[in-house]
Ligand binder design. Structure first.
Ligand code: ARG
Length: 537
């Protein structure tokens, strides 16, 4: 099956969050060396190791990150009331779900690793796929890492100085965020083994934290007393829909904040090629993960609103700490602050892991300077001998070792790719702050989500005979496209500067594509590129 060859070829390292357990995180893991390797040409059928549960843990672990512990303020302060806030959370969840269902259809029809890049290239041509990778390297990956790092910093600072203390200078938490970014980069440069183990544990903690918040919130609301004995009947004081904003742009910005918390639903699509039974399991993963996460998030939000006054929620990026301190006093605040910052650290680590692989592949493809497609520090010899088959499978083994499959050496990681990612993340972290970055990330992300799902509709019309093992209800992609179009159009009015910067980044990719990719073709294509064209023609 040449399709699967291609999957491995284009994304030899396209990987998962690194946080999910139970499978080797490289495009074509087991025994690839002997069969020619993912860069060689053996069948990948053998390497299809992911099961339904792996997919579920991967995606749930990715989605539950910083958002549910920090976005509620952005949501409710913009729409003006608790009830409207809950509506936004539900809409954001359903939107993410329709997106996930649409991606599941694409993943079944085009069962290749690489996600949006592959689908966009198929529907709109290689330039579209390139622009996605380009934006992911420059905006999506570092932007999201910066958001997570900032939240981690804020929570850690809260853990130290206490939840209800006066607002502190953002630079203190930014400094902590920078330390986090540097340590995660270092960790990933050296080896990823430690991080992936830690992440499995963290996923469990996140769930426990969410369930804990929900249950205690409900208990407090019913008894009317916090666990420290103070009477509180906050929820009786709420007028759930009073003060609801009618400004559509405010609703759009609130939705971006909610969508941030649900983001990550597309991540199983990066590893479709590795599922044992993608057409069956991909939709199943989406249709269990999304309702589960939506339910958890809505319940957690209800718990926040039951215990805290709206004004307190609106004013805080660290609402979970506020919750802990109100319900359990300083000790509760400390525990929750620590759990959330660990959770963010894990998310940051996963994100860095995937970013490293993404940039590495982009470098290998010649999309960006090839230095970013190198393993280890300045290993010129390795690069030069890449053309021989033996070295290729050797390289594969090295890459496997660096993600913890086999332990054969330190620093056999995409060091330059990781450093680039680190530098960009630092920039976003220094110049941006939570609420603006969330919109910025949302605009960039939803531009490509929109185009990809639009591609699904285009494909239905253009290639009706294409085999689609899973076919979503046609209204699903239509709803997704309409709502994301609304979101994108509103962003232009609500935050023109961010939108302009996003557009600038994407457009800047066009000349790069023609210089680098087209130039490379004129010089004569390599093996992998030829396969690519054979596949599509
Ligand atoms: N939903 C996650 C959070 O709440 C963010 C996911 C970031 N996106 C990604 N593709 N890793 O923190």
């Amino acid at each position: 099956s040449s399709t699967f060859d291609f999957a491995g070829n284009l994304f030899p390292l396209s990987s998962t969050a690194g946080g999910a357990s139970g499978y080797a995180p490289i495009g074509a893991p087991t025994s690839s060396g002997r069969r020619g390797g993912p860069l060689g040409g053996g069948s990948l059928e053998k390497h299809k190791t992911l099961t339904y549960l792996n997919g579920l843990s991967l995606i749930v672990g990715l989605i539950i990150g910083s958002g549910i512990f920090s976005s509620p303020s952005q949501v409710s302060s913009r729409v003006g009331s608790a009830g409207a806030g809950l509506v936004v959370w539900a809409v954001a969840g359903v939107l993410a779900w329709t997106g996930g269902a649409s991606y599941a259809e694409l993943g079944g029809a085009i069962p290749l690793n690489g996600g949006a890049q592959v689908y966009l290239a198929k529907t709109f041509g290689e330039l579209a796929g390139f622009l996605f990778t380009w934006s992911a390297v420059l905006v999506l990956k570092p932007g999201s890492a910066a958001i997570i790092a900032i939240i981690m910093g804020e929570y850690l600072v809260r853990a130290v100085i206490g939840a209800e203390a006066e607002t502190i200078s953002p630079w203190v938490s930014k400094a902590v965020a920078l330390v986090g970014i540097f340590s995660v980069t270092l960790l990933n440069c050296v080896s990823t083994r430690i991080g992936t183990r830690v992440n499995d544990l963290l996923m469990f903690l996140k769930f426990v934290a969410l369930i804990f918040i929900t249950v205690t919130g409900i208990v407090v609301a019913i008894t009317g007393h916090t666990f420290t004995g103070e009477p509180t009947l906050e929820w009786k004081k709420h007028d759930w829909f009073e003060g609801t904003s009618t400004d559509m742009s405010a609703w759009a910005l609130a939705l971006y904040a909610g969508l941030w918390a649900f983001d990550g639903w597309d991540n199983t699509n990066y590893v479709v090629g590795e599922f044992r039974n993608p057409s069956r399991d991909l939709p199943r993963v989406i249709h269990t993960a999304m309702p589960l996460v939506i339910l958890c998030y809505i319940l957690a939000n209800v718990a926040y609103f039951l215990v805290l006054p709206l004004s307190a929620i609106n004013g805080s990026n660290t609402v979970a700490v506020l919750f802990g301190s109100r319900v359990f006093g300083p000790a509760g605040a400390l525990v929750i602050a620590l759990i959330v910052s660990f959770s963010c650290f894990g998310a940051l680590n996963s994100s860095t892991f995937t970013a490293g692989r993404l940039i590495y592949v982009a470098g290998k493809e010649g999309y960006i300077p090839t230095v970013f497609g190198r393993i280890g520090f300045g290993d010129r010899m390795l690069e030069d001998s890449l053309s021989t088959q033996r070295t290729r499978s050797w390289l594969t083994k090295k890459m496997r070792s660096c993600v913890g499959d086999e332990d054969t050496g330190l620093f056999y990681t995409p060091v330059y790719a990781l450093l680039l990612n680190c530098a960009l993340t630092v920039v976003y972290c220094v110049v941006g702050e939570f609420s603006t970055l969330v919109t910025f990330y949302g605009v960039a992300g939803y531009t490509f989500y929109f185009l990809t799902v639009l591609g699904l509709i285009v494909l239905r019309v253009r290639e009706p005979q294409l085999e689609r093992p899973y076919k979503t209800w046609i209204t699903t992609p239509i709803i997704f496209c309409c709502v994301s179009l609304f979101l994108l159009s509103r962003a232009v009015f609500a935050q023109p500067l961010q939108t302009l910067i996003v557009v600038g980044f994407v457009v800047a990719g066009i000349p790069v594509f023609f210089l680098r990719v087209r130039g490379r073709e004129r010089k004569g294509m390599g093996d992998r590129e030829r396969k690519w064209w054979q596949f599509w023609k």
